[in-house]
Design a protein around this ligand. Structure first.
Ligand code: AMP
Length: 271
């Protein structure tokens, strides 16, 4: 049985009992899929003890976003984590994480401004606020994060650097389904018809990554395929997300399909 940690004092007790063992933290919002589990698997290679948490963080959702309807599948999440031998599952309450009520306590840096920052300006401040608190409470040596959320990974790396936190952020490659769609908890929102459109995203993005088509043509292709709106589809330097046509090494995309917003990214093949 996985050790379920529900209070801060239980977390302190567990963390203290680990003494000098190396601890990896796997932050999640639940509705776990193979993309999350691969983070746990990588964590098991790196660390002696793996703690996953599930916390649907209110400060990273804006008014009108899906905080209340975000998929919650705790029983099956527990089964999945147990099956792969995750040591502990931390299930903090909102009060534990935000003793003064949900609020922004840490500002994300410059790298949070473009791309996602333009379309979801609240988002990264919420992400770094919750993570700073989670790191302070659980004191991990490693934190596992998916490349699926590529800008988030870079934003959090910069936050850790800026605050001199004694931990390492480990980026893990994106897990895709058999049709190439990046796994995401929000894929549960897609209808069957939308799914068959969604799988075009990876294929069109790949054409950009291999320099077969331009970003502009790719955006047109996505709309032709049935996407409703493209927030961005752009090549950037991965490390700082600046545009630089000569040295871009990532393509990043955010596109709407009905009420679902899909994001994805891919390394650009260098010639
Ligand atoms: P979420 O529960 O969506 O907040 O995601 C928790 C963590 O899992 C984040 O670090 C994500 O980047 C990562 N993640 C989500 N989907 C995938 C995926 N398909 N492959 C790899 N990591 C992922």
């Amino acid at each position: 049985m996985i050790n379920q940690i529900k209070t801060i004092s239980d977390l302190h007790e567990f963390r203290t009992s680990l003494a000098s063992k190396k601890v990896a933290l796997v932050p999640t919002m639940g509705a776990l899929h193979e993309g999350h589990l691969v983070l746990v698997k990588e964590a098991k290679y790196l660390a002696d003890i793996v703690i996953a948490y599930i916390f649907v963080n209110p400060t990273q959702f804006a008014e009108g976003e899906d905080l209340d309807t975000y998929p919650r599948t705790l029983d099956s999440d527990i089964e999945k984590l147990e099956a792969i031998g995750c040591d502990a599952l931390w299930l903090p309450s909102v009060e534990d994480i935000y003793p003064n009520g949900p609020e922004i306590t840490v500002q994300a840096g410059e790298i949070a401004k473009p791309l996602e920052g333009e379309y979801r300006p609240h988002f990264f401040d919420g992400v770094v606020s919750v993570l700073a608190r989670m790191f302070e409470l659980s004191k991990p040596d490693f934190v596992m994060m998916g490349e699926k959320d590529f800008q988030q990974l870079q934003v959090v790396k910069k936050m850790v650097e800026a605050r001199n936190l004694p931990l390492e952020i480990i980026g893990v490659e994106t897990m895709r389904d058999e049709n190439g769609l990046a796994l995401s908890s929000r894929n549960l929102y897609l209808t069957e018809a939308e799914y068959s459109i969604a799988i075009r995203l990876n294929k069109i993005m790949k054409q950009v990554a291999t320099n077969e088509i331009s970003e502009k043509n790719a955006a047109e292709e996505l709309l032709k395929a049935g996407f409703d709106k493209i927030d961005y589809l752009t090549k950037r330097i991965g490390e700082n997300l600046c545009p630089d046509p000569q040295n871009s090494d990532r393509v990043l995309v955010a596109a709407w399909l009905g009420k679902t917003r899909l994001i994805d990214n891919m390394a650009i093949e260098q010639n």
